[in-house]
Design a protein around this ligand. Structure first.
Ligand code: ZN
Length: 284
């Protein structure tokens, strides 16, 4: 199944003539239509009567988590291209929820960085509360499904700051989606990153230094994972700079394609910016 969040594109206008967006809804992507859900994928849900043609909705980030846990240097070739040694344990960090955007929303570059990179990743979405998972207990029953994340990173700030919060935390630096796919064969899945249609990154998910199962066990020893939480598992080699006007895609085999345009800091209208902020704030 492919869970999504969406807004119908049937805009009214408010008192000053600005578009009034309908409330976000959960849905199931079924071919070229989106079936509305009653309830939500993390608790109880059932199919609603109403379905929308895909071209009459705007897909949003498929979930609003309580935290996004990132994993650094989890592919050997990526660690090598950054001149870093292989980690002995996972290197984890958090991305702020205010960095989340959905498919097709613009990644807004920042004047604070001259070297913003794409990082194509497969991400786990947690489905059941998970704490202190015992060795040998399977982790997959705690997983709702998988999605695509672009762990956008200001590479220059990552190096100069010595820790990663600022580099990975700018608004719009966490595109996510387009769906949460509940059935993914990790043994066969692949992660690819494209810029303007050209493939820059590619690896099978089996190349992960620390597997999805290992990461869930290991992270659950430090912090309780709650339904909706996202673990972005790290990026393959081939990361590189993004420029205004680029279109970047994260393609996870068996999940889908997450596509976002890249824009200069000044080219986002205040209306767009306030819409994004109200959308992220609404989920709190
Ligand atoms: Zn990353």
């Amino acid at each position: 199944m492919k869970f999504c969040r969406f807004q119908p594109l049937e805009f009214g206008v408010d008192a000053v003539g600005a578009p009034a967006h309908p409330e976000p809804l959960f849905g199931l992507l079924e071919g070229s239509s989106v079936r509305e859900l009653l309830g939500d994928p993390l608790t109880e849900w059932r199919r609603a009567e109403r379905a929308w043609p895909l071209d009459r909705v705007r897909l949003l980030a498929p979930i609003l988590p309580s935290k996004i846990v990132g994993v650094g240097r989890n592919y050997a070739e990526h660690a090598a291209e950054m001149s870093n040694p292989l980690p002995k344990e996972p290197i984890i960090f958090l991305k702020p929820l205010s960095s989340i955007i959905g498919p097709e929303e613009p990644i807004v570059l920042t004047p604070f960085s001259q070297n913003v990179h794409h990082e194509a990743e497969i991400a786990v979405v947690i489905g059941k509360t998970c704490s202190q998972l015992a060795d040998g207990e399977p982790a997959l029953p705690y997983v709702l499904g998988f999605t695509c994340v672009n762990d956008v990173t200001a590479r220059d700030l990552q190096r100069s700051d010595g820790q990663w919060t600022r580099a990975k935390g700018f608004d719009t630096f966490c595109p996510m989606g387009p769906v949460i796919e509940t059935e993914v064969d990790l043994a066969k899945s692949t992660v690819a990153g494209y810029v303007n249609g050209e493939r820059r990154q590619f690896a099978p998910v089996t190349d992960l230094l620390f597997s999805v199962d290992f990461l869930i066990h290991w992270i659950s020893r430090m912090m309780t994972l709650v339904p909706g939480d996202v673990i972005s598992t790290g990026t393959p080699s081939g990361v590189g700079p993004l420029h205004a006007g680029d279109v970047v895609e994260v393609v996870v085999e068996g999940v889908g394609t997450l596509r976002n345009p890249v824009v200069a800091p000044t080219s986002v209208s205040p209306l767009e910016a306030s819409r994004h902020l109200s959308e992220t704030a609404k989920g709190r």
